[in-house]
Design a protein around this ligand. Structure first.
Ligand code: URP
Ligand code: ZN
Ligand code: ZN
Length: 484
């Protein structure tokens, strides 16, 4: 089965050019001017449109058991709403309970994800430490294609880890050639500030940002960056929301550490005024961590994206309906943390980023797809349009107008934090490994068509870092593995 995407401007992270794209089966067969397609080829007219690699959102949580409830989008609704917005791959997080086997949790998440309509992969969260975790990290890397390990520095008494666990896990990941990730907030400080805020009589959602100021994030981001630098493991800092955390990432990069920054599209365009809303529901739906920040932090994030401190714009899509948010009606500490954005991400970034001249179409592709593919080691299979790459393609109409909101989105959530936002630029066609999932405003999800994507480790990088970091030398057992 062939499809010819004809007459568009092909954009990759490297540049843009007028070209046709021939898709054969699940892969790109050719990219070039005026391709003659075999007879019977289906033609998609891309005149006036951009033809870009499908988006990759490396930070989502589908049907996540969290804070006493479960996030409402599952792997089918989540990957479907992703496709409606031009995103063709998600990377979710397996989050084992403390003391739970990582492999057991991995199998549970694999089972949940079987219904996905587009491709997916998993980061593994390290929520506790012991010999079993040490062993299972290797099995995950070698046998299951998991090359990224996430650490929550917040959510005390739940999934937060201390510095000792961070250091042990970072060292293990380094030796395996994996990358580490952190949710950077000082969880002890948050815990204390939450208590103090509540005791001062502030019980509503406005207490959430008060208990998680930018300094709390900046401190943890700096600590994680410095520890990763000493240990010698690459680090990816998720949902960077403030200037302090950005500066920590920038300092680490300047010091020569392999550190990457992610921000969320939500944090680029929404500020902390939302917590001052009279309507409890409105404010509660914006409770996420880190919280929305004052506008000067947004300016810093845009600067970070333009200047290269931030490589990836994700969403941390983790949605809860109003009845779930109401679990914290009388206590902001009990409002399930999370917001959505998977469907809106590409349009919002295009509108506020490309149309304002802050970033170019190529930089847009880098931030929404190519950089995540490179950092998590699935490039050039994903994140580009080239012969042999998966035909995950979005035909992007830069002139299409949309008004965002819960009535228009495909998420199961009953609220949209983008409600009423007008955007220009939208996915006209979204193709996942050669199959059209979204066209002319119609979704055609196929339950179970999505595939699990394995991501191999960076073994040579691990070897070089083990040699380089003599001040953090591996244990004798680990050393044997790397002595030629
Ligand atoms: O508030 C958030 N971000 N919820 C999802 C879990 C996480 O911290 O990423
Ligand atoms: Zn987080
Ligand atoms: Zn998250």
């Amino acid at each position: 089965m062939h499809t010819l995407i004809k007459g568009g401007t092909v954009v990759t992270a490297e540049g843009e050019r007028r070209a046709d794209v021939l898709v054969s089966g699940e892969q790109v067969a050719a990219v070039g001017e005026r391709i003659d397609a075999p007879s019977g080829t289906k033609v998609i007219d891309a005149g006036g449109a951009y033809v870009m690699p499908g988006g990759i959102d490396p930070h989502v949580h589908m049907e996540l058991p969290f804070m006493g409830t479960v996030s409402v989008d599952d792997f089918l609704s989540g990957t479907a709403c992703a496709a409606a917005g031009g995103t063709t791959m998600i990377i979710d997080f397996v989050i084992p309970a403390p003391q739970q086997s990582l492999l057991e949790a991995y199998r549970i998440w694999r089972e949940r994800a079987r219904k996905a309509t587009a491709d997916y992969s998993f980061h593994m969260a390290v929520t506790w430490w012991g010999p079993q975790v040490f062993e299972e990290m290797e099995t995950l890397c070698r046998e299951h294609g998991v090359n990224s390990f996430k650490h929550f520095m917040a959510y005390k008494n739940a999934i937060m880890v201390d510095d000792a666990t961070l250091i042990a896990s970072f060292g293990r990941a380094r030796d395996l050639g994996a990358i580490c990730m952190v949710h950077a907030e000082n969880g002890d400080l948050v815990f204390r500030m939450q208590q103090e805020t509540f005791e001062r009589g502030i019980h509503g959602p406005e207490g959430h940002p008060i208990s998680r100021p930018p300094e709390v994030e900046g401190e943890a981001a700096n600590r994680a960056c410095q520890i990763a630098g000493v240990v010698g493991v690459p680090l990816y800092v998720v949902h960077t929301s403030c200037r302090q955390a950005m500066e920590a990432i920038a300092r680490a990069k300047l010091a020569g550490h392999r550190v990457f920054g992610e921000s969320l599209v939500q944090h680029l365009v929404i500020d902390d005024a939302v917590y001052r809303a009279k309507d409890w529901r409105h404010a509660a739906h914006h409770v996420m961590s880190p919280p929305f920040r004052a506008p000067d932090h947004q300016q810093a994030l845009w600067g970070g994206l333009q200047g290269g401190t931030i490589e990836v714009i994700g969403t941390d899509h983790c949605t809860f309906r109003t009845n779930q948010k109401a679990m914290g009606k009388d206590d902001f500490r009990k409002i399930p943390n999370g917001t959505g954005g998977l469907e809106e991400r590409m349009s919002v970034l295009w509108h506020h980023g490309v149309r304002t001249g802050r970033i170019t179409p190529s930089e847009f592709v880098a931030a929404t797809s190519a950089n995540a593919a490179r950092i998590f080691n699935i490039h050039p299979r994903k994140g580009t349009i080239a012969p042999g790459s998966d035909a995950d393609i979005v035909v992007w109409d830069p002139a299409a107008h949309r008004t965002l909101g819960a009535a228009a989105h495909h998420s199961r959530n009953d609220f949209s934090i983008f409600d009423g936002m007008h955007v220009t630029g939208a996915a006209a066609v979204t193709m996942s490994r050669g199959a059209v999932l979204w066209q002319n405003g119609t979704l055609s999800p196929v339950e179970g068509r999505g595939r699990y994507i394995e991501r191999p480790c960076f073994t040579d990088y691990a070897r070089s870092q083990t040699v380089r970091n003599t001040h953090c030398a591996p244990t004798p057992v680990e050393r044997q593995e790397f002595v030629p």
